[in-house]
Ligand binder design. Structure first.
Ligand SMILES: [Zn+2]
Length: 82
């Protein structure tokens, strides 16, 4: 990992071990707090891994969930900031 900016510490990544749910060996786990809280991990014994998935709901799916949650349906999805 390279760090061009001298005083810029990357503390958002945390590494630890946890039992693999598939084989019971110790697997490597990583948590990140940026850009949001996530966890991922990989097992170097059996090959199991997991990671966060990003996707986007369609307008219809958003409105279905909004209706369930007492929110008014949207005409269009709010734009993403980037
Ligand atoms: Zn495993």
């Amino acid at each position: 990992m390279t760090n061009q900016k001298g005083g810029d510490r990357k503390m958002s990544s945390c590494n630890y071990s946890a039992p693999c749910p598939k084989c019971g060996e110790s697997m490597d786990m990583y948590t990140e707090s940026r850009p949001y809280d996530t966890a991922s991990g990989q097992c170097l014994y059996c090959g199991f891994y997991f990671y966060p998935k990003e996707d986007r709901l369609t307008l219809a799916e958003v409105n279905e969930a909004r209706t369930d949650g007492d929110l008014k349906p949207l005409k269009e999805l709010k734009a993403w900031e980037d």
